[in-house]
Design a protein around this ligand. Sequence first.
Ligand code: SF4
Length: 109
Amino acid sequence: MSDSKQVSRREMLAGIVRLTVLAAPAAWLVTGCDKKKELSCTDTSALSADEKQARDGVSYVDKSIESGKNCENCAQFKPGAADQCGSCNVVKGPINPAGYCKIWAAKPA
Ligand code: SF4
């Protein structure tokens, strides 16, 4: 093997290492920006058994199953901070703006 080939391989390996070191954070930034973490408002650990039962009784779901109807456009919804769970005047526990339950009522216009 000649010296020029060994240098060439070293340079190639160094280039691959440099590329990997530079590409990893760039890929993380791109995927991190694309994926907005989906809001989950399902932690009912702070609720009493009765409150959980009442929440289940109105069939609350974290993502609406009814087109055009969700907690955000319900008269009972109280928004939280940006990208946070809100609350409800009727259903206890964290409420997802995208959620829904069977006592949904349209917000007055
Ligand atoms: Fe959501 Fe039901 Fe509360 Fe309306 S009443 S905000 S649909 S949980």
